[in-house]
Design a protein around this ligand. Sequence first.
Ligand SMILES: CC(C)(COP(=O)(O)OP(=O)(O)OC[C@H]1O[C@@H](n2cnc3c(N)ncnc32)[C@H](O)[C@@H]1OP(=O)(O)O)[C@@H](O)C(=O)NCCC(=O)NCCS
Length: 504
Amino acid sequence: MSHPVVTAQPAETVAAAAERMRDNKVGSVVIVDHDSRAIGILTERDMIRLAAAGSDASTAKVSEWMTADPDTIAPDVEARAAFASLAERGYRHIPVAEGHKLVGIVSMRDLLRVAMIQPADAQAHEVPKGLEGVVVADTTVGDVRGLEGFYHYRQYNAVDLAKTRPIEDVWQLMFDGSLPTTIAEREAFAADIAPRRVIPAAVADVLPEIARAGEVFVPFDGLRTALSQFAATLGFRPSHDIDHETLRENAMSTCAVVPTLICALWRLRRGLEPIAPRDDLAYAANYLYMMLGEVPAPEHAAGVEKYLISTVDHGFNASTFTARVITSTGADLGAAVVGGIGALSGPLHGGAPSRALQMLDEIGTADRAEPWLRSAVERGDRLMGFGHRVYKTDDPRSLMLREVADSLGGEKMELARHIEATAVRVLDELKPGRRLYTNVEFYAGIVMDRCGIPRELFTPTFGASRVIGWCAHILEQAADNRLIRPSAQYVGPPPPQPVPPITN
Ligand SMILES: CC(C)(COP(=O)(O)OP(=O)(O)OC[C@H]1O[C@@H](n2cnc3c(N)ncnc32)[C@H](O)[C@@H]1OP(=O)(O)O)[C@@H](O)C(=O)NCCC(=O)NCCS
């Protein structure tokens, strides 16, 4: 546990408590009375609630925003039990009290430090299946706060960025840690991207072959293959052997070429010529142009751009984690990105938006929604576009994309809203307490469909933005690397057993 504890008085202002948290680099303060009794806890989450409510931290009192009568644990509780207690209740910190007296505070981070020095078999029981809630790294790229329905890139609300900045600015923020502050800076970044959009000849040569593969064309699989060729062509070297600048160069080239590769592969498969990128078009407009052959309507480019920005990064999701694990081995950036694509391709991660739209088509009309959804959930099926590992409230990306979809209009929107409301009600009834709402995928499909993106390109489009997030994480992982190598608990027949002889 940490000791002494950073504390505050109930009558202090939230701003004063926040300053103390910042000075001491902690994520919470314990509120104590005159007898040093813990009477509340104020965390970063409370600060977000306060900001979201539009309150002024310099006048708001700690007592109004703290969680009163917090759960505490005794100092002699085992680390494993303390971990379980934090994970189960979704806390990051828990005060330690001896009788009434506050003696320390224990955080997820403290407990994970303990876990690291325990033998592997002792830890194996502690880690929840699917690593839910387990903190595996420090990051400054961004985070998701599931209980508040909030996520951020660096220190900015991601939804605010999507509403106010072009994707190139967000890209720069993710790679370099700050937004461009002048038009000249923005233009310099765009000028750096433009030539990198062009597919190198050695890659262009193999694209027709890749696009022909398979009876059913899966463009995201094609992208995976093409990117391997791209990384080899550009001579990407192990991240272990190169400096930050070179790795960043690799990242810039990869993120810039992905949209061009997606469009080229898709067109080739359809017997069409690939369309070269246009330097005078911004990211999203150029993407739609290379795909459909026409400069898109501004509202379509804007809708797609908002979607792209909203999906650049999202905490330690499966594909980001995969990219970081691969980078932790010192492998090259191409390997990490290709691994990320593999993880994102699954329907439980990035493969859902076309399935969500497929569900809308199958339901067809509003009157069929309730029986269709009910029988799907009763059968044990997952409703695509609903539920999230981290969000237990509305997914902020879904709320923003619903707004975008509303503004774009179209006949699917009314049905979608009806299905959303019905599904949330049905899930609440049949899966009580699971807190299942729409996730990013539900309205993403509707926005992309409305902007002319064919369904088979939904997941690759997600990949085109997420590759920026992966690369930001790859750069961060490589800058302060340690091999990520967890343990598993063996649950098979007890070893060692004699190796049986072969019989006829
Ligand atoms: C996103 C997702 C994989 C998160 O999974 P998770 O955190 O591992 O959640 P769990 O699988 O533990 O689900 C918890 C419970 O909610 C139910 N549930 C979760 N999502 C559900 C969904 N979309 N439809 C119906 N039930 C769902 C599960 O069946 C489970 O019920 P149980 O307790 O009776 O077994 C999951 O919600 C899902 O499969 N959603 C549909 C696919 C999708 O939209 N993917 C895009 C993600 S951005």
